[in-house]
Design a protein around this ligand. Structure first.
Ligand code: MG
Ligand code: MG
Length: 267
């Protein structure tokens, strides 16, 4: 079949390998959730993640990818995505997006969660809620017969109604043996537009949502993407397999949220 040849549609075995990877990413994010607090540095979190991933028989998916120097992308406050872990110590009130990838058994994982550090403002909390909810709304559209644009529209309409802006320069993507496969999954678009979804297509949906304007700039390091107006940005990411009746979400935030609940830091 044409789509299988193109690698867009995965069989059940391939989907299980993607699930294994993304479950490990989910558990890594939960391990990090235990450590995220004022005073912790991105580099410390990066070490914890790398060790955790290797201890579970996988390799960090981002390390060396396109020359990326670390295991995690750590994007703090006005950094949208692709922040490079540094010696900056997290402060009370920061928000921090942690994007994590794995490579195991020939497949990859890729998921992200934005954490509140200590006590954050109510407005930041609302941004986190809305971004996470927009991901859920988008993922709910990952059903056979719908189109990529239905996912895009669901994300965009939800966040814009909440008063936020969608970053357009970066988007979600197919996932399989490689981190970034076709098709692209924009976080904005028209209902009923784009590629038709077929059961077994595996994609990452990852809204990047700004509190102010949607425009972003890239830092001189060649990685860090920041909001142009320096206002906050949040980012959540699921790997999802398109299902016949309902989406098969390969990532889970359950483990993370269990830890956050125990810490009394649930967003
Ligand atoms: Mg990612
Ligand atoms: Mg991704």
């Amino acid at each position: 079949m044409f789509f299988r040849k193109m690698g867009l549609v995965k069989n059940a075995e391939e989907i299980e390998l993607l699930r294994e990877n993304n479950q490990l990413v989910s558990r890594t994010l939960a391990e990090l959730a235990k450590h995220i607090a004022p005073g912790v540095t991105g580099l410390q979190l990066d070490k914890i993640a790398e060790q955790f991933i290797r201890d579970h028989g996988a390799e960090p998916g981002f390390l060396g990818y396109d020359g990326f120097p670390n295991t995690l992308c750590i994007s703090i406050n006005d950094v949208v995505i692709h922040g490079v872990p540094s010696s900056y110590a997290l402060r009370d009130g920061d928000i921090v997006s942690v994007d994590c990838g794995t490579r195991m058994k020939g497949y990859v994982g890729d998921s992200a969660y934005t954490f509140a550090v200590g006590n954050v403002s109510e407005s930041a909390m609302r941004l986190l809620h809305a971004t996470k909810e927009s991901l859920k709304q988008g993922a709910a559209q990952a059903v056979e017969g719908k189109r990529i644009g239905d996912i895009s529209f669901a994300v965009q309409s939800y966040v814009e109604k909440a008063g936020y802006a969608v970053v357009r320069e970066m988007e979600g993507h197919g996932i399989g043996t490689k981190m970034h496969e076709k098709p692209g999954v924009p976080n904005y678009g028209r209902r009923g537009s784009g590629k038709k979804l077929i059961k077994g297509m595996t994609i990452c949906i990852e809204p990047m949502i700004n509190m102010g304007v949607r425009d972003v700039v890239q830092e001189k390091d060649g990685w860090t993407i920041r909001t142009k107006d320096r206002k906050l940005s949040a980012h959540f990411e699921y790997a999802v397999a398109v299902g016949k009746e309902q989406p098969d979400i390969l990532t889970t935030f359950e483990y993370v949220e269990e830890v956050l609940k125990q810490k009394g830091n649930m967003i």
